[in-house]
Ligand binder design. Structure first.
Ligand SMILES: [Zn+2]
Length: 329
């Protein structure tokens, strides 16, 4: 039985093998970072880590200063103790990786955040056929979360933008600067509508295009010309002059949380599109059934009980790492 421990909110440690997964302290010698979202990148910006080349570029653009051993997908890293670590594409954001660890005691797959079917704005999704210990995020761990296909959601994004322009309005998409923003840009690219992007998201788009993603025509936010196309900016700017100064606009919030009725009532926007870069409840369940690991550990889940019930009903051994009795439980 491999010892798997949660460290703080995000990180996981395999102490016997000196391996950390999204850990933020140098408590083990080998730390693998799944992707560049802030809740997975070490708060200590100086520790040495392993990450894919795209994740390394995104982390550095956001201020990470530690040494990154760039580890492409499917390129095994050999570690002491007869251990091999291989990164698999996670389909969540550019560069996002699942970490597959083969040890003499069995194999471990840590998902980080992931999406299957993959976001079209990533390198895809793929995972090993056999896994003994499966550590999976379960952000959307209730059966109310069943996503529509990217094809349908991208169609809806395009229709939203085209119709807003026809009405003389600026389509404003409120979404995260890393990952979702680029997904919306990729969806809008075929419309030819020029897109402006929030200043913090702009340099990340350059990394996306450098790694081969087609985001269409875009420029950094410019107050003078923003009315000529569409704007993509985080939700936090909704009440700032960046958005309020646009007189005629159509506001769309893009997030998996848009599926929540209560979230819809809270937000002062014209439309919510449930575009998520996480796996939904049913895909997660299907993957657990397919892998049929010896043990499943859930992490990053606000509500593990329902999913645990489904998994155990299938005869799968599952527990929530968030409830393991650490400070953040
Ligand atoms: Zn993420």
């Amino acid at each position: 039985m491999i010892t798997i421990q949660k460290q703080g909110y995000g990180g996981i440690v395999l102490p016997a093998y000196g391996i950390g997964l999204d850990t933020d302290q140098a408590i083990v010698p080998h730390v693998f970072i799944s992707h560049a979202h802030a809740d997975h990148v070490p708060r200590n910006r100086h520790i040495p880590v392993y990450a894919t080349p795209a994740t390394a570029a995104l982390m550095k653009a956001r201020g990470f200063q530690g040494e990154v051993t760039e580890t492409p997908f499917y390129s095994p890293v050999s570690l002491p103790g007869d251990v091999t670590v291989t990164l698999y594409p996670a389909g969540h954001i550019l560069g996002s990786a699942m970490t597959y660890i083969q040890t003499p005691e069995g194999s471990v797959l840590y998902t980080g955040d992931y999406r299957n079917p993959a976001s079209p704005c990533t390198e895809g999704f793929d995972c090993p056929a056999k896994v003994d210990y499966f550590i999976t995020e379960a952000t959307f761990s209730l059966p109310i979360y069943r996503w529509k296909s990217h094809e349908k959601l991208f169609d809806r994004l395009r229709t939203t933008a085209i119709q807003a322009r026809e009405r003389g309005e600026v389509p404003v998409f409120l979404t995260y600067n890393l990952g979702k923003a680029q997904e919306v840009m990729m969806a809008l690219a075929p419309t030819g509508i020029p897109v402006q992007i929030h200043g913090a998201g702009y340099p990340l788009c350059e990394i996306y295009t450098r790694f081969g993603m087609d985001l269409g025509a875009y420029t950094r936010y410019n107050r003078k010309s923003v009315t000529e196309g569409a704007l993509i900016t985080p939700m936090s700017t909704l009440d700032t002059s960046m958005v309020t100064s646009i007189r005629k606009k159509y506001l769309t919030y893009c997030s998996g949380w848009a599926a929540l009725e209560s979230r819809r009532a809270q937000l002062n926007v014209d439309q919510l599109i449930p575009l998520s870069d996480h796996i939904d409840f049913f895909e997660l369940l299907a993957l657990c059934r397919r892998l049929a690991p010896r043990k499943i550990y859930l992490t990053h889940t606000p509500n593990p009980d329902v999913l645990l019930h489904y998994l155990r009903n299938d005869g799968l051994d599952a527990e929530s790492l968030d409830l393991q009795g650490n400070d953040d439980a």
